[in-house]
Design a protein. Structure first.
Length: 88
């Protein structure tokens, strides 16, 4: 599979991800409408965004400049190889 290079398709893909997130969040809140559920959902979204940022930006720019991010599966392989190499 090749990378998407068409800017219009990239914007469409981003919009679809946003739509999926909004619809899923709305359905969860309709399923169990409470402040607690809303706060936990917001916290989960925030934490996953920070974890993604860590895998994408922090590792590549601060921890290991030789690492090049190409997706979350690539990051998992990198993390497992690094752990094995360090004896953990």
């Amino acid at each position: 599979m090749t990378d998407i290079t068409n800017v219009r398709l990239l914007w469409i893909k981003g919009g679809i991800f946003l739509l999926i997130g909004v619809v899923a969040s709305t359905l969860l809140l309709l399923e169990s409408p409470s402040l607690k559920v809303a706060l936990l959902l917001a916290l989960a979204v925030w934490a996953f965004c920070r974890a993604y940022y860590f895998a994408f930006y922090v590792i590549e720019h601060y921890a290991d400049p030789s690492y090049r991010f190409s997706g979350l599966i690539s990051f998992m392989r990198y993390a497992c190889r690094r752990r094995t190499r360090n004896g953990r």
